[in-house]
Design a protein around this ligand. Sequence first.
Ligand code: PLP
Length: 489
Amino acid sequence: MNIMFKSTRGDKNSVTASQAIVKGIADDGGLYVPETMPKIDFPLDAVTEYSYQELAYQVLKLVLTDYTEEELRYCINSAYDEKFDTKLIAPVVKAGNDNFLELFHGRTIAFKDMALSILPYLLKTAAKKNGVNEEIVILTATSGDTGKAALEGFADVEGTNIIVFFPEDGVSAVQKAQMVTQTGANTCVVGIKGNFDDAQTAVKKIFTDNELKAELKNKGYVFSSANSINIGRLAPQIVYYFYAYAQMVKSGNISMGDKLNFTVPTGNFGDILAGYYAKCMGLPVNKLICASNDNKVLYDFFKTGVYTIKNREFMVTVSPSMDILISSNLERLLYHLSNSAEATKSMMTDLNTKGSYEFKIEDEFAGEYATVDETFKAIKGIFDEYNYVMDTHTAVAKASYDKYVAETGDNTPNVIVSTASPYKFAKDVLKAIDNKYDNVEPFAALDELEKISGAAIPAPIKGINKREVLHKTVIERNELKSFVQNKLK
Ligand SMILES: *Cc1c(COP(=O)(O)O)cnc(C)c1O
């Protein structure tokens, strides 16, 4: 079946998967969604036989239907190779009764690598298929992890240019060091005096600024996005939900066909939405548990049916990649559940004008959240008991999951999606484990964590504080557009 993509806000033009990937976002500001939801065409039993790469092919061919087998396999094999430090790519690891789907074995040690290792290949292939001859400019707003993963993916990829905006004071020391030391002639990293929402909103505005787009097209540039608003980010993330399920069957935690819960530490709602797509495609999922930190706009939304950013303060927490109040991919879920572009558009308008909208999500989802204190307790608890170290984001999910079980008594087997290596947030992880580390320097924390965890510092960040800082620009949050215009002369 050929799957076309259309805008959540009703733009009449349908596009192919490869066109949606090149464009990133629809012209009316909506996000691309599949017109019909694909269904798996392989027997579910087969998932236990597939390698990660084979499973990726079996799933992606159903979603990105205008790519040929040869193209898809090329993209997959180029992405999921020795860049990952385990052949499994995304192993499920057990600690006590919890199952952690570790998505941090790629080059930047966070889950964004799962999609951003393949996106540059999907995008280049898409450009070729669609006769796009302009240079592709990837504009990315990052809460810390997307930026680095996108930079690694696109560095020195011919025909592309990448500009990353990150909140100057809103990322961890390791995250910042990873970005500002990025090499590659086509890379550009810019700090902004604002938070992630400011960066994401400004970038989305540039994507729908038709005048600017025309001006740059004349100069030989087109924009695309490496954020999870790009369907090319979401599609590869569907794969690991199937893969986790297969591992849970193989390890005897569930029987083939049983339902499984997933608890997902959530910011922009991209990761968990991929889980929803996996479910729609035929994976036996019971609940998707959406875990938030103190920026619990999603928790309140699931509880009350009101999404509101009115009178809500943006909190800087120990899980910065989830410090988000405007959760972009929720728009896609609203579209699927309301089955109406008109309703979706009006909710998004309400959010812009009134700062809130109303919609009641059915019980396929549950919302929970964890405070910083609860997050720290979870890290310490699991470390003391099982010597397993969770990063701060994964710990938000673990603490949220425990609260969910206490409230509901739901004993469906569960997988906690583990989104980052603890090394990426070593300082806060250590602080959680013992207050003697309260004043440890961010980079000394790496060595300390190595000592107590017994797991070596991952190669990608070893000695990172000694690398040369190559990107020093910091701009105001209203200067993104002029920055881009000046840069692309
Ligand atoms: C991006 C990120 C998240 C949130 O994922 P979304 O797809 O934005 O919901 C959670 N944890 C880490 C470590 C991340 O980098």
